[in-house]
Design a protein around this ligand. Sequence first.
Ligand code: GDP
Length: 425
Amino acid sequence: MVRAVVGANWGDEGKGKITDMLAEKADIVIRFQGGANAGHTIVNNYGKFALHTLPSGVFHQNIMNIIGNGMALDIPKLFKEIKDIESKGVPSPQLMISDRAQVVMPYHIAFDEYEEERLGKASFGSTKSGIAPFYSDKYAKIGIQVCELFDDDVLNERLDKILVLKNSILQNLYKKPLLKKEELLSTLHEYRDMVKPYVGDVSLYLHDALREGKDILLEGQLGTMKDTDHGIYPMVTSSSTLAAYGAVGAGIPPYEIKEIVAVTKAYSSAVGAGDFVSEIDDEDVADELRKRGGDGGEYGATTGRPRRMGWYDCVASKYGCRLQGATEVVLTVLDVLGYLDEIPVCTAYEIDGEKTENFPVTPLLHKAKPVYETLPGWKCDIRGIKKFDDLPENCRKYIKFIEYHLGYPITMISNGPGREDIILR
Ligand code: GDP
C-alpha cells in the first residue's frame, strides 16, 4: 500500500513530524521531488533535526529510505546530512539512490545566486539551492543522471554541450568566472565514488516491494501553492509538489497511491515573494504569532529567514486539499493559537467586488481581498491532550469550522512538535 504525506498550503505545515510519525508503520520512505531547498523539522528521542535531503524515515533502522528519480540530488549536502545525524547518535540509515535521479551541480547553485543578484528587487526569494537551474537543465536535457556518473564517455560529451551554453551566459550575461571541464569532471568523479554503494533501480525495487505487500510512504516537500502548474505561478518551486507526482518521481503506478494525507497548519505562513491573501497586516500581531509559531518560532528551516504570517485561509487550503486529492487532512500546530482571544479565519476572497470560495489564478489572486469570520479563542494550553473530546469547546469549534469549509475530513490534530503530540479522531 502506498500513502503520500503532502502539504496543502505553502509548505512548512509540519509534514516532517507527520511523516516521521507515520514512518513508524512504513517499510519504505521516499522523497519524490524537490531538493535541499526546504527543511523538515523533526523532534524525536535523538533530538531535533532539520532534514533537507534525507527522507524522514532515517530515524527508524528497519526502514529503507529512498531518493527518488524526481528529486534534485545535492550529493555533498546528502552526505553532510548523513554525517550530521550519525554524529547525534542516530544509527546509519538504510539508503537507496535512484539510478535515474539527477545531480545538482555546483554551477546550478552559482546560477541560482547570479540570477537572484541580476533580478535584484524583482527576485523570487530563492533559497539559492540551485533548484530552478537544476530542473531547467533536466527538461532541457542537459542534466546528469546518477547512472551516467559511471560512464566517462557520456560525461565528456555532456559536459562539452553544457560548457558552451553555461560559459556563454556566464561571460555575456552574468560576467562571472567561466566553468572548466577538468574541474567539473573531477567533481563528478568524487560524486560517483560517494553514491556508488547506494545506487539502485528504484522502480523495480518498489514494484517487488508492492508485490510483497510492503507499506510505502511518499514524502512530499513544500505544498500545493508552490506546485509548478497548480501553485501561485511564477512564485512556485520548479517541481510538482502534488501527491500525483509521487507516481512519476518514485516510479510507481498512480493507482497504487491509496491514501493521501494532506497537512495543513492551523494558521498560515509563507516564505519568499508572492501574493498572500490572509497575511496579517499588523506587524505586532504577526510578530507575536511568528515568535510563538511552530517549535521555536516561524523561521525558515533552511535559511533562518522570518516567515510571513497569516490567518488560516480556507480558500487556499480547500484548493490545496483538492489538488492533492486528500483522502484525509491533518491539522497541525493548533496548540500555538491558545494565547489568542479571537481568531480570524479567511473563508472567502473578494475579487472585483465579487465573493468567491474558489482559489483563483495568479492575476486574479493579486486583486483578492480576504473575507474573515472571527471565532472565539480557547485561551489555554492544549498540549498533552490525547482525545478530541477533551479539547476545549472553542477549540473543537475551530477545528469543525475549518473542516466544514475545507470539505475534507480532519482525522488527526497535532498539538505539539513531538511524535506523541497527536490526537486521532
Ligand atoms: P515541514 O516542512 O512541513 O515539515 O514543516 P517544518 O518542519 O518546516 O515546520 C514545522 C515546524 O513546526 C517545526 O518546527 C516543527 O517542529 C513544528 N511543529 C510541527 N507540528 C507541530 C505542532 O503540532 N505544534 C507545534 N507547536 N509545533 C509543531
